[in-house]
Design a binder for this molecule. Structure first.
Ligand code: GLN
Length: 492
């Protein structure tokens, strides 16, 4: 078996047993990254940095009988280019940050580095994580390894493509309204967003601060749990980080799901849902029933207001967060300008792509005097109602399950000209983001794609606040019983 096809759990065992070295592993993945450059998943790769980290990991595994190593020492990982890194450029896939080098590592990156993980490079994404198809990157589209005519999803398209194509066994990603779950569904991998406030946002280039959540793209729930153990924890540098002790996310992997109550939001199965996706999701729910779980109908009556609420709250916060890119402190500065105001205007006009500009305009509008109460405050109130509906639902079930997306991965250009159609891609994921609950996508089959025929379908699991370990256990039960998560796109 090719080493790049191994799970994190297998790599961890092989490294611990000294059957493979971290340097060998790093080389094998760097070779694949080079061989599959056409996917455009990576924005910055520096083999000398990666190999130096791998050599240090090997030393740690060898010295003291490996006593100083963690289960992840020597395991490779790649980071979405939303996380700032000292050793690689950090651009948020925007021209305004082209070539930018951060003086520090994001906490998530640092935690994984401290654990001995080896960084393979930085991953392409939608500009400032704004998008659902990765067509908004200033550095080009990422291709979907299942079907190069299909988008990989966004905004974490590079993370998704890299893990699906086995260029990395696991990758960091971020989810503000669906950017982990939607691309994970479109590429047939396991994408997980923890509870808001559980991962640190320190060093994550800010888009919408009350929603931005770091998470993982992996090939299984088990791998996700192993990496979460090192990645998640309280961070005093982030004022929204929740001060809870670290926990073992593998502890419920062997959860007995007999009698587990799975809430099914019935209206998620309305006429927006494509029949091929619906069939795969319903079959996954039937599999859970065969495993002993009980399906209960639940309702999230205002979830359908998620998209309009999100597209007030997220642009409002984005317009504020993006004001720091002014050509003064860092990032792109226009070559020619008159006074300071002109310099700022030209630098921002040249540096930002169309989608960030659209959001700055919308965000500024909804926050402006006279519109603030009508839009922003109203949206915050509805957000609270949606969050309360989740809390009520969890009094009747242990987890919620349903579709991640309405359709399988769509074609390049299909929605790019119609922002609202693109925004609707997150219809099923945005409500969980507004509530801040943990949620994930696991592969559960294939649908018909218009180009080459078969594109992956995801099943969404949503859990109550801080109940990630149970959610991962529920996912693992499915992955023990089925093999969708082991399918790989042809040629990878
Ligand atoms: N597609 C959504 C947006 O463009 C969500 C993006 C995200 O989760 N980062 O805002």
């Amino acid at each position: 078996m090719e080493i790049a096809h191994c799970s994190v759990a297998e790599l961890s065992r092989a490294l611990g047993g000294r059957e493979v070295s971290a340097v060998e592993l790093a080389r094998a993945h760097l070779d694949r990254i080079e061989a599959h450059r056409g996917l455009n998943a990576f924005l910055d790769v520096r083999p000398e940095v990666t190999l130096a980290q791998a050599a240090a990991a090997d030393l740690r595994l060898a010295s003291n009988g490996g006593a100083d190593a963690t289960p992840l020492t020597g395991v490779p990982i790649a980071h979405k280019d939303i996380f700032v890194t000292k050793d690689f450029c950090s651009t948020a896939a925007s021209k305004i940050l082209r070539g930018y080098r951060s003086p520090f590592d994001a906490t998530v990156v640092d935690n994984l580095k401290q654990a001995g993980m080896v960084t393979l490079g930085k991953l392409n994404c939608d500009e400032f994580a704004m998008g659902s198809s990765n067509e908004n990157s200033a550095f080009g589209n990422v291709l979907n390894p299942w079907d190069v005519g299909a988008v990989p999803g966004g905004s974490s398209g590079g993370s998704a493509a890299a893990v699906a194509a086995c260029l990395a066994p696991v990758a960091t990603a971020t989810d503000t309204g669906g950017s982990i779950r939607e691309p994970a569904a479109f590429t047939g991998i396991t994408g997980t967003k923890p509870t808001y406030g559980r991962p640190s946002r320190w060093g994550m280039i800010a888009f919408a601060s009350s929603l931005d959540t770091a998470g993982l793209m992996a090939r299984s729930a088990e791998d996700t749990a192993l990496v979460f153990n090192q990645m998640l924890g309280f961070d005093p540098k982030d004022s929204t980080s929740v001060n809870r002790p670290r926990e073992d996310y593998t502890r419920l992997l062997n959860l007995d799901i007999k009698g587990l109550k799975i809430g099914v939001p019935t209206h998620f199965f309305g006429n927006l849902l494509q029949p091929d996706v619906e069939a795969a999701v319903r079959e996954a729910l039937a599999e859970y029933q065969r495993l002993g779980a009980i399906l209960v109908d639940i309702s999230l009556p205002n979830a359908e207001l998620g998209i309009p609420v999100y597209y007030v709250v997220a642009p409002a916060e984005a317009s504020s967060n993006l004001s720091r890119f002014d050509g003064v402190r860092y990032g792109h500065r226009a070559q020619e300008y008159g006074d300071v105001a002109d310099m700022i205007k030209k630098s921002r006009s040249e540096g930002f792509g169309a989608e960030p500009k659209r959001r700055i305009l919308v965000g500024t509008y909804v926050l402006s005097h006279g519109y603030y109460d009508a839009y922003y405050i109203k949206a915050q109130k509805v957000r609270r109602i949606i969050a309360d509906e989740f809390t009520r639902a969890f009094s009747r079930c242990d987890v919620i399950a349903g579709p991640v997306t309405m359709s399988v991965a769509f074609a390049f250009g299909e929605k790019a000209a119609d922002p609202v159609a693109m925004y609707m891609a997150d219809y099923y994921t945005v409500p969980g983001s507004l509530a801040g609950v943990p949620s994930m996508s696991i592969p559960c089959g294939f649908g018909a794609g218009p180009v080459n025929g078969k594109r992956p379908v995801g099943l969404q699991l949503i859990a109550n606040y801080f109940d990630e370990a149970r959610m991962l256990g529920v996912a693992h039960a499915y992955q023990r019983a089925t093999d969708w998560h082991l399918r790989r796109p042809a040629g990878y």
